[in-house]
Design a protein around this ligand. Structure first.
Ligand code: PAF
Length: 286
């Protein structure tokens, strides 16, 4: 079946309601476009688990602060449609801002407290409310489904999981592994902003995470010690400026006194124009 591009909420809802009435399972991959292999892996996972796969492309103004790159966020609908088609998407939902927000400014905001305020939320205070608001709207348009998100944006995944649980949204959230370039750099649409020198320096984030995981494997249970190891790696790279390194509980994203259970190492650094983020998981024996 060739991919179908839909631009209205009404038509998209009708198509998915019809599919569900026929007993079909829906897989949903929300995106902001400029798709790469990371998105393709989410689409393939959705294809594997479901009968109908929908992806959305909507560059969501609510999650950009005034000084962020909304107007020049990279876009290429033709290429995106081809990538989505090749990776098993049946329906590509591509609404305009007017279609999503016909009444103009959005007066209703979904805020997930605590998880949204730390790490990325500390430098981007309005970001996760923008994400949670648009994702809840997209979930309302899509209806009951499985929705696929990359672990690359780990805090976003934690925020969305908590929102779905708190609001009893009938969507199963599926987290999918980070897809990396050969040298370890996590794939991201923002990597296109890196100059060749910065691109060469960027995998330092992955090396810092590997060093943190190695410290844990060697018995480190103090989050401060693990953060110190990660920080020293970033500080050795002149083109990278550390924003934060953290060793946190995987669900709450709080720093525990002692690392125990499901742990996530988080890192963010400015490398030239883009601020890059990455993360890695570890399980500490109980
Ligand atoms: O991860 C993204 O691309 C966006 O934050 C999302 C989830 C599509 C919401 O706009």
């Amino acid at each position: 079946m060739a991919i179908d591009t839909l631009t209205t909420i009404q038509e998209t809802r009708a198509r998915l309601d019809e599919a569900r009435a026929a007993g079909k399972r829906i897989g949903f991959v929300p995106t902001m476009g400029f798709l790469h292999d990371g998105h393709a892996s989410l689409m393939r996972a959705a294809r594997e688990d479901n009968d109908i796969v929908m992806a959305s492309i909507f560059v969501n103004p609510l999650q950009f602060a005034a000084d962020e790159d909304l107007s020049d966020y990279p876009r290429d609908l033709e290429r995106d449609t081809e990538l989505a088609d090749t990776n098993g998407v049946d329906i590509l939902f591509v609404p305009t801002v007017d279609e999503m927000h016909p009444l103009g400014p959005v007066l209703t905001t979904v805020t997930v407290d605590e998880i949204s305020t730390r790490w990325e939320g500390a430098t981007r205070p309005t970001h996760f409310a923008g994400v949670a608001t648009v994702v809840s709207k997209l979930f309302n348009i899509c209806g009951p489904a499985r929705a696929y998100f990359g672990e690359k944006d780990y805090q976003q995944l934690a925020v969305i999981r908590r929102m779905v649980a708190d609001l009893s949204i009938p969507v199963d959230v599926v987290g999918c592994p980070i897809i990396r370039e050969d040298d370890g750099l996590a794939m991201s649409s923002r990597n296109t902003y890196l100059t060749p020198e910065q691109r060469e320096a960027a995998p330092v984030l992955r090396r810092a995470l590997d060093a943190g995981i190695a410290a844990i494997d060697h018995g480190a249970t103090d989050p401060v010690a693990v953060v110190k190891v990660m920080t020293s790696f970033i500080n050795e790279e002149p083109l990278a400026e550390l924003d934060y390194a953290a060793a946190v509980d995987a669900a709450t994203l709080e720093t525990p006194d002692v690392l125990l259970g499901e742990i996530r190492l988080l890192i963010a650094a400015q490398v030239g124009r883009p601020r890059l983020i990455d993360n890695a998981g570890a399980t500490m024996g109980l």
